[in-house]
Write a protein that binds this ligand. Sequence first.
Ligand code: ZN
Length: 391
Amino acid sequence: MISSADIEKLLNFKEETYKTCSFYLNVDGSKYTPRDYETITKNLIKERRLELEAEHLPHGVMKSLEGDFEKIERFVVEEFKRNNTRGLAIFSCSGKDFWQVYRLPRPVKNILVVGNDPYIRPLTVLLDEYHRYCLVLVSRDKARIFEVYLGEILEHFKVFDEEVPGKVRIAGWYGLEEKRIERHIEYHVYRHLKQVADRVFDFFKEKRFDYLVIGGRSDILPEFERCLHSFLIKRLVARLDLDVETPIQEIKTQILQIERDVEQKQEVQLVTRLMEEVATGGFGVFGLHDTLKALYVGNIHTLLVEEDFSAPGLECQNCGLLTTVEEKSCPICQGPLVEVPDVVDEAIEEVYRQRGEVEHIPNNPILKQLGRIGALLRFKMPASLRALPLT
Ligand SMILES: [Zn+2]
């Protein structure tokens, strides 16, 4: 699975002499058979090859590209096994021996781009949808800090405070000595927990994770929570009864389950909020038509869309209007309209361009009733906008 370090690698790959191929393929099992996506691959390569031949590129550059095409086709036809993969991204520059394959958890639009650097927008769009989690396991003298992202878990730090003394074993004068040592231990434990909390806060400033999960024994966890910065408390979504020495595979199973629960809860909350906003005439629209209208005026804060919802439509080449209504020219600017196979897909990309958020929601009966798509708005749609001639 892809990591943020991979994205960094792609962002940093710049090539002056040769061209780089960026290839995205929708291999979604609910829509395509392997034969389908193999044919799509071959056709995309054929199209690009024809275009490139007309450009009369230097021999070395063309040779590198031919190498890319051949490798990509061979990979898709002979090597690739789909399993749970729904999208495939390949970056190749044969002249520089650069070859990266990513299996993606969501479908992507089929595209083969030849350019001077990797074309990564579809990848970043996809990554935006995933939340980054931080998991901290803590005991009275140890701590481990993990990052969880895109189904992967990575251990970043181990903190081991050797100065925390062991359990109290000495009984002194009327227990006075014991009490003194106890206080001493409490102080050390507190100092250790505070150090760990500071470390987590630094980690947050570096990684900007969305959610925090803490784990440890129930006697230490509330103490640790009290040490956390309020920014972190706001992101705390779960507390696990988990020993600091738990093997990573077991930690992974537990945290991925937490992640699924959190995401699902959030989806339900978002749809409920949309329903309330719609019911009270506030900051919400539903159905494809009104959602596209809100999008046109740059008013989408969060787009809620059923995972597999798609619809053919038209796009204005002049002002970017997306519509599902058959018209000869754009009802806003009279510009030419071109057919697009999926306005939902175009809408999602436009929301990202407008710095809005997109939530893909699987199987929600309320969203289905609301027309499979809707949006939480930045501002209330004034009557003048609601009356835009888009019907
Ligand atoms: Zn227009």
